[in-house]
Design a protein around this ligand. Structure first.
Ligand code: FRU
Length: 491
């Protein structure tokens, strides 16, 4: 049955491909050939290659019964799409192969995922069954399902119980699961010696609805630079000040996971990225010891204009994680410099209460520039990106001197999207260093060497390619701009 359903899905993709529109198609980000994509799943290094799986609905660009899409890369830059790895084909995963992770044992690749079943009507979240399941592959392409490995939550009040993240701790396998008990979120830990038989160990952390949301999706737990990190996607946090304005968040807490399976937080909750579109991040440990992270570069219930062109969803660029104090830093994976083609260096004269078009254009660009705060008097100054000739379309990235914040403004970023996000700039800071990746429908901003990041989808027209430097009510002083056209890999 599984093989039949995989064939059917591949056939559907092949039929639809010629109809796909490419106006917003990303050049160097992973997105599904056609259909829908959400969370990254099963990030793993297997036989010399990085494998990325993802939540996928091959039959339409809407969320539906989840499959696991699959791609691999030898260098984190060039990606090859592979056949779909998992389709919902059995009674226990009938309505979806939900998110999960991957591990390698003796040259066999194992996928651990959540089998989802609607017990009432489809989409009725109050009547569901979720179980944890195992599949494996010896060639990294074709997967055999081994069925259910955890058939019920540890307590009857828990119904939502999903997104297993498995890793080796000492001699045993540990699994972290996100759960919802009543209206409160939980992080659960299971243990196993063989991946097939699991025992419930602990509720590692328990939250309360008011301050922690109602569900922690897509947990990840790993050691980083001497601390443990609990990375997760909380649902139900309320906006507060500048924080938590996306429908759901992607957050982390530092602390220590002890041998009895309890996570003792040592620092407050922080948002991981500060743009509009970043969710369900997961990590893998690269062979050279780097902790690499990908997220779904979209958000639930947001406009997705590419649906009209038969595809939607993308993953962020891979990022290298590090820790400084109680904060994580995210830098673009160093391999990504291989995307660079021709280079432009520009000196930008002081801009005074004006907007000055720059001699660099493009939809696929990497840009490095510093904003000189000490030398500037403007209320706002920065860059307008992906500008149309008439300037009606533009995506703004600027320093707001009154609020002392760096602002990403996509009020005029093209079809569908809107809204503003920002990060704080400390009173002592005299410069802001920006590294920006533009793809046809995305912007990723790495601020001050990854101390903050802002990731958002934008949907400008294909011919909105201009860049300007601007300053409002005063002078804006810019460091030299360095820009690279980036390779269109048509992934
Ligand atoms: C997170 C999530 C997961 C779930 C998956 C279903 O975005 O809701 O909790 O496994 O998406 O597609």
């Amino acid at each position: 049955m599984h093989a039949v359903l995989l064939d059917k899905a591949h056939h559907a993709i092949k039929e639809k491909l010629p109809e796909r529109g490419n106006d917003h198609r990303l050049g160097f980000h992973l997105s599904p050939p056609v259909g829908w994509m959400n969370d990254p799943n099963g990030l793993v290094y297997f036989r010399g290659e990085y494998h990325v799986f993802y939540q996928h609905h091959p039959y339409s660009p809407q969320w539906g019964p989840m499959h696991w899409g699959h791609a691999k890369s030898h260098d984190l830059v060039h990606w090859e799409h592979l056949p779909i790895a998992l389709a919902p084909s059995d009674p226990y995963d009938r309505d979806g192969c939900f998110s999960g992770s991957a591990v390698v044992v003796d040259d066999t690749l194992y996928l651990i995922y959540t089998g989802h079943v609607w017990l009432g009507s489809p989409r009725d979240d109050n009547h569901i069954q979720q179980v944890q399941c195992l599949a494996s592959s010896t060639d990294g392409i074709t997967f055999t399902k081994h069925g259910v490995i955890i058939d019920a939550p540890p307590e009857p009040e828990i119904m939502h119980f999903r997104d297993p993240k498995v890793w080796k701790r000492g001699e045993q396998w540990w699994m972290a699961l996100g759960a919802r008990k009543g209206d409160d979120p939980q992080l659960l830990i299971y243990r196993s010696v063989d991946l097939y038989h699991w025992e419930y160990l602990s509720c590692a952390l328990q939250g309360v609805r008011e301050s922690d949301g109602y569900m922690w999706e897509c947990p990840d737990l790993f050691e980083l630079d001497g601390s443990d990190v609990f990375l997760y996607s909380p649902q139900g946090l309320k906006p507060s000040g500048y924080a938590n304005w996306n429908k759901f968040q992607n957050s982390y807490r530092l602390g220590k996971l002890d041998d009895s399976g309890h996570f003792n937080p040592s620092a407050a909750l922080h948002e991981l990225d500060h743009g509009h579109d970043f969710y369900a991040a997961q990590t893998l440990l690269a062979p050279d010891g780097r902790r690499l992270l990908w997220a779904w570069m979209d958000m639930w219930d947001c406009p997705m204009p590419s649906q009209a062109q038969h595809w939607c969803g993308a993953l962020s660029l891979p990022r290298e994680l590090s820790r400084e104090g109680d904060r994580l830093r995210m830098r673009p994976a160093r391999e990504l410099t291989a995307l660079r083609k021709s280079q432009h260096g520009l000196q930008i004269p002081v801009v005074e209460s004006a907007s000055r078009p720059l001699d660099v254009r493009g939809a696929l660009l990497e840009i490095e520039i510093e904003l000189d705060l000490a030398g500037s008097t403007a209320e706002h100054f920065g860059l307008a990106l992906r500008c149309s000739e008439d300037q009606h379309e533009r995506t703004l990235l600027y320093f707001d001197a009154m609020a002392r914040r760096l602002v990403l403004d996509r009020q005029h970023s093209g079809a569908g999207v809107s809204g503003v996000r920002s990060v704080p700039i400390s009173p002592e800071q005299t410069r802001i260093a920006l590294r920006i990746f533009l793809d046809r429908s995305s912007i990723e901003v790495f601020v001050d060497d990854g101390a903050y990041t802002m990731t958002s989808r934008i949907y400008p027209r294909p011919d909105s390619l201009g860049i300007s430097a601007f300053a409002v009510n005063g002078t804006g002083v810019f460091g030299d701009l360095e820009a690279w056209e980036l390779t269109d890999l048509k992934i």
